[in-house]
Design a protein. Structure first.
Lengths: 389, 78
């Protein structure tokens, strides 16, 4: 039997203080113990500062960690919109919890390093597992900074999100909500954890080598305009954007690109915006020399991958169905948008597969997870599930 | 009667969508069109470019009967 207890509460009340009250009341009743850590989320329909203030007024010194979620909170009872959600953790003397955070300015690696040092100091050692939440943009550097301090520790999480990629997101750190920041939460001691990280796409054939790129902008593929190559792979679906520039998130949510990791794990990359000069902005870092492949999936395949997370995470952690205390789900907001209303069906089905384990799911603008044989990765259009017990 | 005193078509479309498809659909609408529809109240003046984007996006989220019902509702505002 595990030493961690956890419980979920959420509320769709319009008034922020009332929503926080209801969410915490439900979670505390289910937890039945003093919480030692609170994962916090809300949609941007609630002001982050108001959510934070209300939670702190009610939880006191309990450490906070989290992000704003796009679209809603994914639970075993479906998608909860305009929501405040909490996942409370408590445990016996065999477990400890800790948090660390840092503002991200220009050096995200240093920010990850700083947050990891604080986590290490507050938790009193090396955690068994880390949960990471950061603002979108520099997640690879954040993970690199964390690895400098806590090498080899599995890290799971997602990037802060809003509804429209408008910069309205927040990271809920223990110091308060911030626009550009990283928050880490760690579990120390005798903790049972099982995780699964999947990119539910398959190669569709075309591939090319990145011949010019800078950070998250691909300029040329195989010496040709990246935009024109991408449009060719998409059968002309983004011809207007190639001509005029524009957003291509919707057109590429089921047809992204990827580079190969290892152990059959693809690092999916979501093309986001095409520039008139032929460059393509993406949501994960690429380097000159990377070979990228065209990928594809259907909505049915996304749903099957979502349901399949349950068995994968149970196997990884040695959980029997229904044994875990809670299930922490990271679901790419792009995948959720591609699924539309079917994501509600999908997350309920995941809850059924988990045998009644409560699901706390975030829709994110980037996903981070641990892949055996590869390590901690940041990528797009991915799904992750962590069972905790 | 209420629809006659609302001047914002964006607000009216958002309310219609929410009533028909829940708040999740409104979140998807924001994601699709990039317009902060919840910042529009009944008396707001619609930005023409945003109105166009919202109109296109909301139609993609409704089925045909609901599209017709929305069109009828909006024509009553003219």
């Amino acid at each position: 039997m595990g030493h961690v207890k956890s419980a979920i509460g959420y509320s769709t009340k319009a008034n922020t203080a009332d929503a926080v009250d209801e969410a915490l009341k439900n979670a505390r009743a289910a937890l039945g113990a003093q919480p030692g850590l609170c994962f916090l989320t809300a949609t941007v329909d609630h002001a982050a500062a108001a959510v934070d203030a209300a939670v702190r007024a009610r939880l006191g010194a309990v450490p906070l960690h989290g992000i704003t979620t796009s679209l809603g909170l994914l639970t075993s009872k479906g998608v909860q919109s305009d929501v405040v959600g909490v996942l409370l953790f408590g445990g016996d003397d065999a477990v400890r919890f800790g948090v660390g955070s840092a503002t991200i300015d220009k050096d995200a690696r240093a920010s990850g390093n700083q947050a990891a040092r604080e986590l290490q100091q507050r938790g009193g050692g090396t955690p068994k597992v880390i949960f990471v939440n950061a603002s979108p943009g520099l997640e690879e550097d954040v993970l690199a900074g964390v690895a400098e301090v806590l090498p080899g520790v599995p890290a799971w999480g997602g990037s802060a999100a809003d509804h429209a990629i408008a910069g309205q997101w927040s990271v809920f750190t223990d110091r308060g909500p911030e626009k550009n920041a990283v928050s880490l939460a760690g579990f120390f001691g005798d903790v049972k954890v099982g995780g699964a990280f999947v990119a539910p796409y398959r190669p569709s054939g075309p591939k090319a080598v990145v011949t010019a790129a800078h950070d998250r902008r691909i300029e040329t593929l195989g010496g040709e305009s990246a935009a024109k190559v991408l449009d060719g792979w998409l059968g002309g679906a983004v011809a207007t954007q190639v001509k005029n520039g524009g957003n291509v998130l919707a057109q590429t949510a089921l047809k992204p690109i990827a580079r190969y990791g290892t152990n059959d794990h693809w690092i999916t990359i979501h093309p986001a915006h095409i520039h008139k000069d032929g460059a393509v902005d993406v949501f994960a870092r690429v380097s000159v020399g990377d070979e990228v492949c065209a990928m594809e999936a259907t909505g049915d395949e996304l749903l099957a991958a979502l349901a399949g997370l349950a068995a994968r995470a149970e196997k990884d952690g040695g959980f029997k169905p229904g044994e875990a205390q809670s299930a922490f789900l990271i679901h790419c907001a792009g995948c959720a948008a591609a699924l539309g209303e079917r994501v509600d069906v999908g997350v309920r089905a995941l809850g059924d597969k988990l045998g009644g384990v409560p699901v706390f799911g975030l829709c994110t603008f980037g996903e981070q997870g641990y892949v055996r044989g590869v390590g901690n990765l940041h990528q797009d259009l991915s799904l992750a599930l962590v069972l905790i017990g | 009667m209420e629809s006659l005193i609302m001047s914002s078509r964006i607000h009216r479309m958002t309310r219609f969508l929410e009533e028909k498809r829940t708040g999740f659909a409104v979140a998807r609408l924001i994601m699709l069109c990039g317009v902060h529809v919840r910042s529009y109240d009944a008396d707001s003046v619609d930005n023409p470019a945003e109105l166009h984007r919202v109109q296109q996006a909301v139609e993609s989220l409704l089925d045909e009967p609901d599209r017709r019902a929305l069109a009828k509702l909006l024509s009553a505002m003219d």
